[in-house]
Design a protein. Structure first.
Length: 96
């Protein structure tokens, strides 16, 4: 099975998720949080650094539970950010 490459937006969303989880972890050790979530510390490290930008749903849910984060909050804070390019702006100008 060949995996399609991730888009820049998907990579950015994964990096945003990683930053959010890292911030929520605070002073707790990576090993402690990973053990509580039932995953390896290496898996958590990959998620936090954005090297695993599309982790499995249940993995994220388990980490969120340990960190006291709601999935709704994660979704809202990791939602794609609209990027306006020069060509998009030209279309808007032309439409006016």
């Amino acid at each position: 099975m060949v995996r399609t490459p991730l888009t820049p937006e998907e990579r950015e969303r994964g990096e945003r998720l990683g930053r959010l989880l890292r911030e929520a972890r605070g002073d707790r050790s990576m090993t402690e949080v990973a053990a509580g979530a039932g995953i390896s510390a290496e898996t958590l490290r990959k998620i936090e650094t954005g090297r695993a930008p599309t982790p499995a749903f249940f993995t994220v849910a388990a980490v969120a539970r340990v960190l006291g984060l709601s999935m709704d909050d994660l979704v809202g804070r990791c939602a794609p950010v609209a990027v306006v390019t020069a060509s998009d702006a030209a279309v808007v100008v032309d439409a006016a």
